[in-house]
Design a protein around this ligand. Structure first.
Ligand code: KIV
Length: 258
């Protein structure tokens, strides 16, 4: 029987680029799915672009499961990945318990932020037969410790550490690994060093696939757009336009009927 790991290795071998976007609700997940996206991530970016938190460190497991259930109802073809929030994988046992909850909520795979320090946690998850996606580079759950959303892999030691992390995640049984804001040349080296696909975000064109926060791609979070994103739509502008039109129409109608 071919596993997800086998399938993703095969995609990489064939040079087929993997596409991934985030969704946190039924209509968005359904629209992305109907548009042919490969992977839908219920990311803990939920905390920032939907729940209005300052960063992802306040997101709870209950919030993630609630949104995973909603997204799952809209997905027929894409691979739905649930993002394990901070402090829900503090031990290998906790990691497995959390991963199982995501699967019960309708996810087909899980992701957690971390590398070498989380090998036992990842092995525990994959050992249960739960497909796993890694995430290294800039780790938003560590944004406070890391002093902001800074590019990773700038120094030779940081670059070498990232390659070691990617290899460790591959060995622990992951089917892919997200590289977040990694120097493009280092992302290329990591991509060449492992047999599972790298999915880049702000890490250049030489990854095996790309992922974005959908709100950034469609211009639905106009108060902040990461530098590396080229939005394909201006949904926030459309919402403002429609809201103003509705207000005018309603106030106009009320005034006329008096
Ligand atoms: O939470 C998220 O949306 C993510 C992606 C940015 C990779 O982890």
């Amino acid at each position: 029987m071919t596993t997800l790991v086998d399938q993703y290795r095969e995609l990489k071998k064939r040079g087929e680029k993997i596409t991934a976007l985030t969704a946190y609700d039924y209509p968005t997940a359904r629209l992305l799915d109907e548009s042919g996206i490969d992977i839908i991530l219920v990311g803990d970016s939920l905390g920032m672009v939907v729940l209005g938190y300052e960063d992802t460190t306040q997101v709870t497991l209950e919030e993630m499961l609630h949104h995973t259930r909603a997204a799952a109802r809209g997905v027929k073809n894409a691979l739905l990945v649930g993002d394990m929030p901070i402090h829900t994988f503090d031990s290998p046992d906790a990691a497995v318990a959390t991963a199982r909850k995501f699967i019960e909520a309708g996810a087909q795979a899980v992701k957690l932020e971390g590398g070498v320090g989380h090998v036992a946690h990842i092995e525990a998850i994959t050992g249960e037969g739960i497909p796993f996606m890694g995430h290294i580079g800039m780790l938003p759950q560590q944004v406070r410790e890391q002093g902001g959303y800074k590019v990773k892999g700038k120094t030779p030691s940081e670059a070498e550490a990232l390659i070691v992390e990617a290899r460790a995640i591959e060995k622990a049984g992951a089917f892919s690994v997200v590289l977040e804001i990694v120097v493009p040349e280092i992302a290329k080296q990591i991509t060449n060093a492992i047999a599972i696909p790298t999915i880049g975000i702000g890490s250049g064109e030489n990854c095996d696939g790309q992922i974005l926060v959908t709100h950034d791609l469609i211009g639905l979070f106009p108060w902040f757009t990461p530098k590396f994103v080229s939005p394909e739509a201006e949904v926030a502008t459309e919402i403002r336009k429609a809201t103003r039109a509705f207000i005018e129409r309603t106030r106009g109608a009320a005034a006329l009927s008096k």
